[in-house]
Design a protein around this ligand. Structure first.
Ligand SMILES: Cc1cc2nc3c(=O)[nH]c(=O)nc-3n(C[C@H](O)[C@H](O)[C@H](O)COP(=O)(O)O)c2cc1C
Ligand code: SF4
Length: 518
């Protein structure tokens, strides 16, 4: 009998040598005349243990990590002899970090073979689509509404409402666009799913197409994700070959097909209207709204635009899981949130959990504090436009409204940790410089305000009339917040003002005590 071993093909694992470990394993197995069945799934998301090697046993998969090629000979000996090894982490499913999660969207990631549609089906894949094919458009959308699913790309707009608008937008050509630009700093959940469970995204987009009457879909993937592009293209081909995409999917009257489009390498191309421009072959600049893309989107036609994680939640919901999904979470934030822990953190990776977990639990208990071992000083949640929270706000629960109430945002779920060596005035400058670099240039508050803002922070840092320049900075932030055409200019003040509010001493101002309830 052969030994079944899984080593991730995920680019996070490849970056730390997964391919080299796989090559060493095959070589050592050959030397020992040991039959090995090597599988290359996605990552389980325990990135500090990558490259993580898993071995199938009668009790389940056993994990070893982080493995280097030099570890492989002794590791293989220990596996064959059934003896212990220092890199042994025990049964993967029993690792506390994984056990504590509620994996609905990432249930299969790191487990299934992303190249095999049969494996996807063997793990419950395509049950949602098969059920949806027997339902009316209204009934599918009712399920999505019932689940309480909100867009996972950032704004948290109710997905069922968006789909209903497109469904009711008359007849004729409609489109489904999956936003896989994933530009937020510290985020990687979309990439993990594209590389680790691509058929789930295809299934979610196909269900959306059937629900709203669209026959064509596009997935817009950032150019920095070549492995995801390859995985999605391979999965789309496999789905076409097996009748899950194309004319009369699964012998039904519905047709749906998907094409991959590679992004243009600009943060603004993740903003939905810029993405549409880019998909149409133009430069990625923002369109004024209205009209909403749901009415007039790609090539002027009604279009559903959702994030990868939003579409990925749909197969579970349509497979009879709408109520179970709605039963998770808190307030108006229903279901689970795949949170991405990064920056200066001991245990970084993908942690999917019901909404409601606090920032403190995530950073201290799950993340294990900083990698540097120094105290945590600030945490930026929600990408480069998210607020910097100090420890005094660590009781904030992961919930769209709770974060907004403290002038922050959940966004795409990126959490980036900084220790006490961070200079928050420099971080505020970085937010403005980032906006200046990424601005599409269409409106003045963002195009000019971001550059003037960075210059003003430079003056504050240099001690040039700090009080007067802070007043200028606040004024610029207000102009950007209220006068920008899109959220890039509109939200850049959030990191800047949060740094100023919570870390005034870094701007040469007297420190002040912040109450947790503030
Ligand atoms: C500057 C900017 C960048 C954005 N980048 C992304 C992105 O990379 N991925 C994404 O899904 N949404 C991004 N969004 C949000 C999209 O405009 C849009 O709200 C989202 O794709 C809708 O999908 P959802 O309802 O499933 O979240 C961005 C928005 C702005 C303003
Ligand atoms: S806010 Fe910035 S990115 Fe958005 S439309 Fe205006 S210039 Fe373009």
């Amino acid at each position: 009998m052969s030994l079944r071993v899984s080593i991730p093909r995920d680019s996070g694992a490849l970056a730390v040598g997964a391919d080299e470990v796989a090559a060493a394993l095959l070589e050592q197995a050959h030397v020992r005349d040991l039959p090995v069945d090597l599988v290359r799934p996605g990552s389980r998301g325990l990135y500090w243990l990558e490259p993580m090697l898993e071995v199938d046993t009668p009790d389940g998969r056993v994990a070893y990590g982080p493995v280097t090629p030099a570890d492989v000979p002794a590791l293989l000996d220990a596996i064959v002899a059934g003896t212990s090894h220092p890199l042994r982490q025990g049964l993967t499913e029993q690792i506390p970090w994984l056990k504590r999660q509620t994996r609905l969207t990432f249930a299969r990631c790191g487990i299934v073979d992303p190249r095999s549609i049969d494996d996807y089906r063997a793990h419950g894949g395509y049950r949602g689509l098969e059920r949806a094919l027997k339902m009316s458009s209204d009934a599918i959308i009712d399920d999505v509404v019932k689940s309480g699913l909100r867009g996972r790309g950032g704004a948290g707009f109710p997905t069922g409402t968006k789909w209903r608008t497109v469904a009711q937008a008359g007849r004729g050509q409609k489109y489904i666009c999956c936003n896989a630009d994933e530009g937020d700093s510290g985020t990687f959940a979309d990439r993990m799913l594209m590389e680790g469970d691509p058929f789930m995204i295809i299934e979610g987009m196909t269900i959306a197409g059937i629900a709203v009457g669209a026959t064509k879909g596009y997935i817009y993937i950032r150019s920095e994700y070549p492995h995801a592009v390859e995985a999605m293209n391979a999965a789309i081909e496999a789905a076409r070959r097996t009748g899950y995409l194309g004319e009369h999917i699964c012998h039904s009257t519905d047709s749906f097909d998907i094409e991959v489009r590679v992004g243009a390498g600009a943060y603004i191309c993740g903003e939905e209207t810029s993405m549409l421009e880019s998909l149409e072959g133009k430069r990625g600049t923002v369109r004024a709204k209205p009209p909403l893309p749901a009415h007039k989107g790609l090539f002027g036609r009604p279009t559903v635009i959702n994030n990868v994680l939003t579409f990925s939640a749909v197969p579970y919901i349509l497979d009879g899981g709408a109520q179970a999904y709605a039963d998770c979470g808190m307030g108006k934030s229903r279901g689970t949130k795949p949170i991405q822990l990064g920056g200066n953190i001991k245990h970084g990776g993908l942690f999917e959990v019901a909404f409601g977990i606090t920032l403190g639990e995530l950073i201290d208990e799950i993340g294990g504090g900083t990698l540097s071992g120094r105290p945590v000083r600030a945490v930026q949640v929600g990408g480069p436009l998210g607020a910097y929270f100090p420890r005094a706000l660590f009781d904030t629960p992961f919930d769209y409204e709770a974060f907004a109430a403290r002038s922050g945002m959940v966004g795409h779920g990126g959490v980036v940790v900084f220790d006490d060596t961070v200079d928050m005035a420099k971080q505020a400058r970085f937010a403005l410089a980032f906006c200046a670099h990424e601005s599409c240039g269409k409106c003045t508050p963002c195009r000019i305000g971001s550059t003037r803002g960075a210059e003003t922070v430079d003056k504050i840092i240099a001690g040039d009339r700090p009080a007067a320049n802070i007043a200028v900075l606040e004024d610029l932030c207000n102009t950007m917040k209220f006068g920008s055409l899109c959220a890039l200019g509109g939200l850049t003040p959030i990191p800047v003002l949060s740094a100023l509010t919570h870390f005034p001493e870094d701007f040469g101002l007297a420190p002040r005590r912040l109450q947790a309830a503030e």
